[in-house]
Design a protein around this ligand. Structure first.
Ligand code: SAH
Length: 349
């Protein structure tokens, strides 16, 4: 089978699949049927799509295909976190991380191989940018983990976060297509409340995202002043704090939803009491909750996490200023699955 010349149906939203079906002079109803088959667990070929005629199944087989991913690596942390490594067609590796909590599972997925953003504290950045993932490669991470979770009788995936390798908004079109598929009720049926896109702050894209689709937003902020932020995150030299915070204020959130502000605590860099106060001031009037992430240390990175006392004090100041603030416990660090630790090639070289 010459896969290369064929369309991968997993790259298509339901509406794009409908266009394809109509071009075949079939009824649009067929698109509904085919689309929903694609995202049912255990479906690997057209012959399983039993409500399509044999003739139609054959004709589909000749013209198109649909891809899937199977984990090449499955590592479980002592805390229950599971890291999946997926080998792509061109030999590239990507990772997804499943984080089981008391009564829910969160899946963190990747959108690029490597990353071009160059954040100083992040291991993925050390890989450099290799390529964008296709919509199918993004969606198939969810399909594969869903199958694994089912096999292991772990319930289901409750939350989906685009916080793995890569900058989602730098792969905008494919991100959007993948969101339309995972959020489609006939696709993977993740509601807008259960789906979050995280960005380091590509401001024009944040606005565009809000115009295209309703989804939760997470912002990797990490500093409350431009000088520190520009040093940590080169993206801040293009879109500074004020423009980013304005985009947050204008972002169309779903009812009762809040933007998640992510803030890595880096010892002696952004962890002082005055940093906390400035952060509280800058976030004023933004509907948000704050996630403090004590830096995950890595031998290749020149950063340390603050003392527990400093972390507590930082949290207290924000709390006293009226914010909901949690300290994200590091999960999966023993298998390099924690935030900012996903860097397949980087680690192997
Ligand atoms: N590019 C997007 C998606 C990646 S999210 C973004 O920046 O939001 C990955 C998360 O891990 C981000 O919040 C990132 O800032 C965080 N992270 C990166 N390196 C880290 C480290 N060393 N310790 C803790 N968190 C880190």
């Amino acid at each position: 089978m010459l896969k290369k010349n064929k369309i991968d149906l997993k790259n298509l939203t339901r509406s794009q699949l409908t266009d394809f079906v109509l071009a075949q002079e079939l009824s649009s109803f067929r698109a509904r049927q085919i689309f929903s088959w694609l995202y049912r667990p255990g479906i690997t070929n057209f012959s399983q799509m039993t409500d399509l005629s044999k003739k139609l199944r054959q004709s589909l087989e000749e013209q198109v295909y649909f891809s899937s991913l199977t984990p090449a690596v499955r590592e479980q942390s002592v805390d229950g976190t599971i890291k999946y490594g997926f080998l792509l067609d061109d030999g590239a590796m990507i990772e997804s991380v499943l984080i089981p909590e008391k009564n829910r599972n969160t899946l963190c997925i990747s959108t690029q191989v490597g990353c071009a953003m160059g954040c100083r504290f992040c291991l993925t950045a050390t890989m450099g940018f290799i390529r964008n993932l296709t919509p199918a490669e993004i969606v198939n991470q969810v399909c594969a983990v869903l199958a694994d979770v089912t096999t292991h009788e772990m319930g289901t995936i409750n939350n989906l976060v685009y916080m793995g390798m890569g900058e989602p908004l730098a792969n905008f079109d494919n991100l959007l297509t993948s969101l339309r598929i995972v959020m489609d009720e006939l696709g993977l049926n993740f509601s807008e409340r259960r789906t979050t896109v995280s960005t380091c702050g590509l401001v024009p894209r944040i606005k565009e995202l809000g115009e295209e689709i309703r989804v939760n937003l997470a912002i990797s902020l990490h500093a409350a002043d431009n000088e520190t932020r520009s040093q940590l995150m080169p993206v801040n030299r293009t879109w500074n704090l004020d423009s980013l915070l304005l985009a947050c204020r204008e972002y169309p959130l779903a009812k009762r939803r809040r933007i998640m502000i992510e803030y890595i605590l880096l010892r002696d860099i952004n962890d002082s009491e005055s940093d906390a106060r400035l952060l509280a001031q800058k976030l004023h009037s933004i509907r948000c909750k704050i996630n403090l992430i004590p830096c995950n240390e890595a031998p290749d990175l020149p950063f340390r996490k603050p003392s527990q006392k400093k972390i507590d004090r930082f949290q207290e100041i924000l709390h006293d200023a009226g914010y909901t603030v949690i300290v994200r416990s590091s999960r999966g660090s023993d298998i390099s699955a924690a935030c900012g630790q996903l860097a397949v090639q980087g680690r192997e070289n």
